[in-house]
Design a protein around this ligand. Structure first.
Ligand SMILES: [Zn+2]
Ligand SMILES: [Zn+2]
Length: 308
């Protein structure tokens, strides 16, 4: 099962020539999910080849740099004669504003667009092998982050052991792997726990949107395989980060460290660091032992399973 993350927009509130406002695209085995949609997101989707077949947009909060891409994206989907429904999830109390964005400039999409308000702690979307949960963040707006959490996978099937026990190769193998006991021709019963290992954890992708360092994020990002965290500033502007309800790279690193995350993407980079993000990388590496990177727009990462 592939899980591919494409960073469509990595700038802070003001875009630069290299960085578009916030948007992160996740393709999980063909399910296409968009986290925030800053202005120009539709062109980034074209440039970086993600396609428009998005089922859900997860809005972290209603600041313009996270949502002004919605009107254009919805209009283009309409021009493309989309018929599939689109669901836009947004923090409780912001549904009317999101609806206004969908209908901006008199736009009346001919495909169904559903706006769904979410509260922290809620499971927002439940699919066959994963869910997306909302969690509280700490910003100067009604704001949530989102965690895509895969279900545990079945344990490894020990083929050799099964053969030793006399299980014939074939349907009884799959039955055991599905968790059912099987009876052999001589009447012996082989139980699944004899040949199937412990369930293996799935992957976790966590997107904070804009936030100060927050205990809720530590909890939500526990064992995250990829944590995408606000790192608007480096430590030279720590005061400004606190005043504007954002985080520094070092703070994002601390959060990732305490959460036990595997890798950390620093994003929402202020335009003052347009040419140089070396301080971000250095400072986050001082507080976080895992892999840190500052994605460029268009950068794509395949997230591996925790056990390889
Ligand atoms: Zn922002
Ligand atoms: Zn904001």
């Amino acid at each position: 099962m592939s899980m591919r993350v494409t960073f469509l927009g990595t700038s802070g509130a003001v875009p630069t020539t290299r960085r578009n406002p916030s948007a992160v695209f996740v393709n999980r085995e063909g399910d296409r999910l968009l986290f925030d949609a800053g202005e120009g997101t539709q062109r980034q989707m074209m440039r970086f080849g993600t396609g428009f077949a998005v089922s859900d947009v997860f809005v972290s909060h209603l600041h313009g740099d996270h949502v002004l891409g919605i009107p254009g994206l919805v209009q283009t989907m309409d021009f493309n004669e989309r018929e599939d429904p689109l669901t836009i999830h947004a923090p409780r109390g912001t549904g009317d504003d999101v609806n206004d964005l969908v209908h901006a400039a008199g736009n009346r999409p001919s495909f169904p667009v559903r706006v769904s308000e979410v509260a922290p702690g809620e499971t927002v979307v439940r699919r066959e092998e994963y869910e997306v949960r909302a969690f509280r963040t700490d910003h100067d707006a009604r704001a949530v982050g989102y965690a895509l959490v895969e279900d545990d996978r079945k344990g490894r099937f020990d083929r050799e052991r099964a053969e030793e026990l006399g299980v014939p190769v074939g349907p009884k193998f799959s039955k055991l792997h599905e968790g059912e006991p099987v009876e052999l021709d001589d009447g012996t019963v082989v139980r699944p726990e004899q040949v199937v290992g412990d369930p293996r954890p799935g992957r976790r992708f966590v997107y904070t949107g804009d936030t100060r360092p927050s205990e809720q994020v530590v909890a939500a990002a526990e064992d995250a395989d990829l944590l995408v965290h606000d790192a608007t500033f480096a430590s030279d502007r720590a005061d400004r980060a606190a005043d504007t309800a954002h985080s520094t790279a070092a703070q994002a690193g601390e959060i990732a460290q305490r959460a036990g995350a595997v890798r950390l993407a620093l994003t929402h980079i202020s335009s003052r660091y347009a040419g140089d993000v070396s301080a971000h990388l250095t400072e986050a590496s001082e507080t976080f032992d895992g892999e840190v990177f500052v994605p460029e727009d268009g950068e794509t990462r395949e997230i591996p399973y925790p056990d390889g």
